[in-house]
Design a protein around this ligand. Structure first.
Ligand code: PEP
Ligand code: CO
Length: 451
């Protein structure tokens, strides 16, 4: 069957299609003014960085690199502090050292950071302490406070989000440039108190140091190649007017080349609730040069998945698409194999990543949303095994985490129980692994990666 050529793409073409999960802004004029300002502001990232990430993800798609994508479920403006930003960078770097060293694979790090401010919600309203309110949709759209006033969608928040993302990214870049991420001195990455709960980490740091010295002495590692690391940014492309305003035409080296880049982040993903074939979100994402993630849940069949891939990646570019599966520990064994077969039949090179968070939610007796460390681990283990059993391989993980010592997920080395949850439950949305749980997870995943 022949498919008709895709019509010419523009950054605003999505406006002719149904866009789910968009707020109703009460004042259209105010919305237009905010978007006009946003379109004039400088980009957060540059196209060369986006292209570099695409290259690294192409390596992940061929098994030469492993993707570590992680960060908050929902970043909140109030978390834009130097301590929290440094803690998150530190935990991502610590995890990547463990994965590289124990798992023996170079890692590409992508944060859910510097722009992860919008949340899809299953219902338009939610009950907070007995009061029915419009749902919180993330700081990009409305406020978390339990008042009607805070929950009103406010276009000014798009500008605030832009500036908070800018401040976050500026600090990340300064920390990295300043040597915080220097792989020669991982022992200087000052252990967070709770990382001490993972004693193996100290030994790994010493071994990492020794093996770097050894490789450099052999000349295997180019001098200087380890002096700095990359951390790329990503978020869910949910609020389309905002994403459109950050999308820019970038001319190519010769006339006729060039493309549109979303310069609000290096990588964007489409969520489980907004990936309809004829919907606005897929239409928007298909025209971007950025690498694109697709959340894949248990209701997606192989044919529909291939159709999504045809639209987002008609030229079958390795590394363009990362499939982020999120089935739940109880469903992955049934849901994943048919999708692996479909993708194999199509001959495409995608990065298969596992999000073991979003299919494993549960509600504690107290009513708090939580996730169990063992269920998360079980989905990851099954993902590795199922890929191996079906002639494929897992190329990455997608984790909701924070560097702080929060008590949002059950289990882990500290054995957090339901009674512990209220002690430091801070998330604005889904429960995250804390610093120690994240590091422990990295060790366990690294062992699975080694096989
Ligand atoms: C998320 O990643 O925070 C999220 C909402 O995921 P999903 O779209 O997979 O439900
Ligand atoms: Co989430």
């Amino acid at each position: 069957m022949k498919t008709a050529p895709a019509p010419a793409w523009t950054p605003h073409g999505w406006r002719h299609r149904a866009a789910l999960q968009q707020p109703d802004y009460p004042d259209a004029g105010e919305l237009e003014r905010a978007l006009a300002r946003l379109s004039d502001l400088p980009p957060l990232v540059v196209p060369e960085e986006v292209d570099r990430l695409r290259g690294l993800l192409a390596e992940a798609a061929s098994g030469r690199r492993f993707l570590l994508q992680g960060g908050d479920c929902a970043e909140q403006f109030r978390d834009c502090t130097p301590e929290r930003i440094a803690d998150k960078l530190r935990v991502l770097l610590q995890m990547s050292v463990v994965l590289t060293h124990v798992g023996r694979k170079p890692v590409v790090r992508v944060g859910r950071i510097a722009g992860q401010y919008a949340k899809p919600r299953s219902s338009a309203t939610e009950k907070v302490r007995g009061k029915e309110l419009p749902s919180y949709r993330g700081d990009l759209i409305n406020g978390l406070d339990a008042t009607d006033e805070a929950r009103r969608p406010d276009p000014q928040r798009m500008l605030q989000a832009y500036f908070h993302a800018t401040a976050t990214l500026n600090h990340l870049r300064a920390l990295i440039e300043g040597g915080f991420a220097d792989l020669h001195r991982p022992e200087r990455w000052q252990l967070h108190a709770d990382a001490a709960a993972v004693p193996a980490y100290r030994d790994t740091l010493i071994q990492v140091r020794e093996s770097i010295d050894f490789l450099e002495a052999l000349g295997v590692v180019q001098q200087g190649a380890l002096d700095r690391v990359d951390l790329f940014t990503s978020h869910e492309a949910l609020l389309l007017p905002y994403e459109e305003a950050l999308t820019r035409w970038v001319p190519g080296a010769t006339p006729g080349e060039g493309g549109y880049y979303n310069l609000g982040a290096h990588m964007l993903w489409v969520g489980e609730r907004t990936r309809q074939l004829e919907g606005a979100h897929l239409d928007f994402l298909r025209g971007l040069r950025n690498p694109i993630g697709v959340k894949v849940g248990p209701t997606l069949g192989g044919d529909e998945l291939l159709e999504i891939l045809n639209r987002l990646d008609p030229t079958q570019e390795p590394g363009r698409i990362t499939l982020i599966t999120r089935f739940g520990a109880g469903r992955i064994a049934e849901a994943l194999p048919p999708l692996i077969s479909a993708v194999r039949r199509s001959g495409r090179m995608v990065v298969w990543s596992c999000d073991p968070m979003h299919g494993n939610g549960e509600t504690a007796g107290s009513g708090l949303k939580t996730r169990n460390f063992d269920a998360i681990l079980s989905e990851l283990r099954q993902a590795f095994e199922l890929h191996r059993a079906h002639g494929s391989f897992l190329g990455g993980i997608h984790i909701e985490l924070t560097g702080e010592n929060v008590t949002e997920c059950l289990g882990g080395a500290e054995g957090l129980s339901e009674a512990d949850l209220p002690r430091a439950y801070e998330t604005g949305c889904d429960p995250r692994l804390n610093g120690a749980q994240s590091l422990e997870m990295a060790f366990l995943v690294a062992e699975m990666l080694r096989g």
